[in-house]
Design a binder for this molecule. Structure first.
Ligand code: C5P
Length: 219
């Protein structure tokens, strides 16, 4: 019964951007809308899974009551939530667009403009959450990553599949119009650890979500 094929499974999904504080009113962020992650969450929940979305700041609401949303803002908060939740999960799907860097010393007060010197924002590198979970992964747990690429798509995706200890990676190219950030459609290729490679057409994100879940169930 495809409808309840994920009954009894706990799936964690990271979604959206992260915001890295510069001062109380400013941040470093990105254009991720969270649409792909939330679509996967709805699809997994409709197939019977208990889903936890670890969500960066987005304008979306989860509909299915099987979905629990844990709101986070920064990459550090997202990492902490994921490390806490992943041990009880069967699968984690890493959809979030995590900022690579964060300001080293976020200001307690709003940075003022009336200085002669240009402000310099020193950055520190954020942890790779997917790779951290890859290192924690126990037999039977599955880890799915995303790769948003602009060039050398396949070799970059395959490198991430191995480097982060994933079981499969969903690659979308920013060269495809209608794929990637803020769109309602996506065009993906999925690479599996066993060498399998699946190419899909451009379609609504909810249908892409269904293809991703089907592929996950085929592992
Ligand atoms: O290395 P890159 O950022 O391209 O990898 C993308 C994949 O890794 C996505 O699945 C993304 O959610 C995940 N990622 C992460 N933590 C980071 C950076 C990326 O979980 N700090």
């Amino acid at each position: 019964d495809r409808g309840m094929s994920l009954a009894g499974k706990h799936i964690m999904i990271t979604a959206g951007p992260t915001y890295e504080k510069i001062d109380p009113v400013r941040f470093i962020g990105n254009y991720s809308s969270g649409k792909m992650g939330y679509a996967i969450a709805e699809e997994a929940a409709s197939r019977g899974a208990d889903v936890t979305i670890v969500s960066g700041p987005v304008a979306l609401k989860a509909v299915n009551p099987r979905i629990k949303v844990v709101d986070v803002e920064s990459a550090r908060e997202m990492l902490e939530a994921c490390e806490r939740i992943f041990p009880s999960c069967d699968t984690a799907i890493m959809c979030a667009a995590v900022a690579d860097y964060a300001p080293a010393h976020p200001a307690d007060r709003k940075i003022k403009r009336e200085h002669d010197d240009l402000p310099v924002i020193e950055l520190v590198k954020n942890s790779d959450i997917a790779a951290t979970l890859g290192a924690m992964k126990k037999p039977g747990q599955r880890l799915v990553g995303f790769a948003l690429e602009t060039d050398n798509e396949m070799s970059n995706a395959l490198h991430k599949l191995k480097a982060k200890n994933l079981d499969m990676i969903v690659m979308n190219s920013l060269r495809d119009k209608g794929a990637g950030f803020r769109t309602d459609t996506n065009k993906v290729t999925i690479y599996k650890l066993d060498g399998g490679e699946l190419h899909f057409d451009m379609k609504p994100k909810r249908e892409v979500a269904s293809d991703i879940i089907d592929t996950l169930l085929s592992l």
